[in-house]
Design a protein around this ligand. Structure first.
Ligand code: ADP
Ligand code: MG
Length: 664
């Protein structure tokens, strides 16, 4: 790979165009430069800003924005404004169905528009949204160290002109020029690069009869020059049809999009949308709250009162419990209800297991599935026509939701990017295109850096080599290192160097619940699959128990062409020392395994050995052990000592085997 394209533009200070996901529940801001898109964090590293504003009832001033306002919303029902997005560009008649969910006052304002009433004052939903937008603008200015005046803002695909205009107006009030309004599902697809047509620029891929792609880990230096094969040279790449499944806090949408890359640039078309504006994670929270309240009444009497602070605690606890159940199979719930009339403490405790939670929310999840079928029908598509399903919205972290979507679309949905961040990331990508940022981002017809996993002792075992054409797949078997090991951590790495410390960590996951077995017995099959869009799925399956776990990653976000080049160069530069280090790790691992086996044999048959032979074996073991601990050991001498130890124990091993056979 040679140097990258240089343009003058990258030298001049560009006016940044940020991307904003102005959500019903949470809002985020992102920025995209030549490294790719990234979320811009607020104070304390927070990435999500709850779309909640608390006003002072007396003077109408803003009292709290975001997390603080959200955490105390139940305690200030009349002056904490959430879900303002539902009111944007609507009349009171339009939002009649929403009113029962909104504890604050909504009244008819000028020109038949819905307004929020607080004390003596009226606020337009645009003004409320502007408070959120200014907060995010502040985060962006702090993070980028420059003034920010332009933004791309996303809206649901079904927003009409009035709602879109209201969103622009909110931006203007916040001092932001909204240079483009983008549909949320389109933004999500953009974040995954589904518009780039990258998948169609693959040449020389061997498709097998059954449609699978052959293993492709061979070096293919010719294929790696994107410069000689610019995207515009591709003759009319076919379009791809994408479904975007967005389950947020209070709303659900599913959209079917057609993404096309033409000579004129990117074109996308929303073929259909379906959804429910009152369906989301909040419903799951409400179900848990109802369960808690019912059981508390059963335990402490029907007449027990729930003051605002207690209801607030229930709500926060319910959401935390739900979130925990996305990762764990059970969650503890505990509420301190103070003392009863007689002065004895009242504490409610219970465990909620994931299975019960899943049963509870099944009707909710099935509603989303019905909408998916509706959306497919109106787009005149079948599930087989959908190339990719993109998961959006915090509630798609619920495992049941993922499972059902996978079943309906018969494909592994995209979850590599954080589902609650993907819309903002896509908005930032759109912003960078409009800003003319030199998007010399990595084009994905080859894998720029090798991909592998961490093995014992900090070495990297590579599964997919740099310059493999995509799609690519590779499978290797691994095993455990310790006896009775029931969990295996799979650490996914990128880079050309031999040691974990010199590679870039892409993510990790755990394969849990392997039945205890002696070291080396479990068969763990690790599969890497890089699909046509460059999204990497890593799956680990323990073949004896069929336990499996997986992760999805976008390996190329955040690396420029220059960085890839320099990582590649470093691997050549350090090749010799890396190989030596890798060899040492292998020798140490081997030494530990061998010593453990020898000690087991000695424990078994050692008493029957003649003392001189035994002392000889023990001498070898002591020497090898010392060398394994010696950081500066010479690998050749270490290797020799290991061989000598192995040779010395041939008799011991034979004795141990005979003994075992006799026992059986
Ligand atoms: P919106 O697009 O409506 O603004 P988000 O996409 O931010 O909403 O989703 C917010 C919802 O996602 C909330 O109901 C929140 O509780 C839920 N959520 C966030 N993380 C998880 C998780 N790990 N498991 C289950 N639900 C989650
Ligand atoms: Mg959203």
């Amino acid at each position: 790979m040679t140097g990258s394209k240089q343009t003058e533009v990258s030298e001049a200070p560009l006016e940044p165009i940020i991307g904003i996901d102005l959500g019903t529940t949470n809002s985020l801001v992102a920025y995209c430069d030549e490294r790719g898109p990234r979320i811009l964090e607020g104070p304390g590293g927070q990435r999500l800003l709850p779309s909640v504003v608390r006003y002072n009832e007396a003077d109408g001033g803003v009292e709290a924005v975001g997390r603080e306002a959200h955490t105390h919303a139940v305690e200030h029902p009349g002056n904490t404004i959430f879900s303002a997005k539902r009111l944007m560009g609507r009349s009171v008649a339009d939002v009649r169905g929403d009113l029962e969910y909104l504890p604050y006052e909504v009244v008819e304002g000028e020109h038949n528009t819905a307004r929020v009433g607080i004390g003596e004052r009226l606020f337009s939903p645009q003004e409320v949204s502007a408070v959120i937008l200014s907060e995010l603008r502040g985060w962006a200015e702090e993070a980028l160290g420059t003034q920010v005046r332009k933004a791309v803002v996303t809206v649901p695909a079904y927003f009409d002109d009035a709602q879109r205009q209201a969103t622009r107006d909110a931006g203007r009030i916040a001092g932001l020029q909204v240079v483009r309004i983008v549909n949320e599902p389109t933004a999500a697809a953009l974040a995954y690069g589904l518009d780039s047509g990258a998948g169609y620029r693959v040449s020389g891929i061997e498709k097998k009869e059954d449609g699978r792609v052959s293993l492709s880990t061979k070096l293919n230096p010719e294929a790696c020059t994107t410069e000689t094969d610019p995207p515009s040279a591709i003759p009319n790449p076919p379009s791809q049809t994408v479904a975007v499944f967005d389950l947020g806090g209070g709303t659900f949408d599913v959209s079917v999009l057609r993404m096309m890359q033409t000579d004129q640039g990117r074109v996308d078309q929303v073929l259909s949308t379906a959804g429910d504006t009152h369906l989301g994670g909040d419903d799951a929270d409400r179900m848990i709250i109802e369960l808690i309240q019912k059981e508390v009444r059963e335990q402490f009497g029907e007449q027990i009162e729930f003051p605002a602070s207690t209801r607030q605690a229930f709500r926060n606890l319910a959401e935390a419990t739900k979130i925990r159940l996305s990762d764990e199979s059970s969650a503890q719930i505990e509420v301190d209800l103070g003392v009863d009339g007689g002065g004895s403490p009242r504490v409610y405790r219970r465990t909620l297991v994931r299975d019960d939670f899943e049963n509870m929310i099944t009707p909710l999840v099935e509603k989303t599935i019905r909408c998916c079928r509706d959306a497919l029908r109106s787009a005149k598509c079948s599930a087989d026509d959908i190339g990719r399903v993109v998961m959006v919205g915090g509630s798609t972290r619920i495992p049941l939701v993922r499972r059902r979507v996978e079943e309906v679309f018969k494909t592994d949905p995209y979850t590599a990017l954080n589902p609650d961040e993907v819309v903002a990331l896509g908005a930032a990508v759109q912003g960078s295109i409009l800003a003319g940022v030199n998007r010399d981002m990595l084009l994905l017809d080859v894998i720029p850096l090798s991909l592998g996993i961490e093995t014992m002792g900090g070495a990297v075992s590579k599964l997919v080599m740099a310059n493999s054409t995509i799609p690519a797949q590779a499978t290797e078997m691994f095993s455990t290192y310790a006896d009775g090991q029931t969990n295996i951590k799979v650490h996914v790495l990128q880079g050309e160097r031999e040691l974990v410390a010199d590679c870039r960590s892409l993510g990790e996951f755990e394969l849990k619940g392997i039945p205890p077995m002696p070291a080396g017995l479990p068969k763990v099959e690790v599969t890497f699959l890089v699909d046509a869009n460059g999204v990497l799925s890593v799956q680990a399956v323990e073949k004896r128990s069929e336990k499996r776990a997986s992760i999805q990653i976008v390996p190329n976000h955040g690396l420029t062409r220059e960085e890839v080049d320099s990582m590649e160069a470093a691997s050549y530069e350090h090749a010799a020392e890396d190989m030596a280090a890798h060899r040492l790790i292998d020798l140490r691992n081997q030494a530990r395994l061998d010593i453990r086996a020898i000690e087991k044999q000695l424990a078994k048959v050692g008493d029957g050995l003649d003392a001189r032979y035994r002392a000889g074996v023990e001498g070898h073991v002591a020497q090898v052990r010392a060398m394994a601990d010696d950081k500066a050991v010479d690998p050749d001498r270490f290797h020799e000592a290991l061989d000598a130890m192995d040779k010395s124990t041939v008799r011991l091993a034979e004795l141990a085997i005979t003994q075992t056979l006799r026992e059986e």
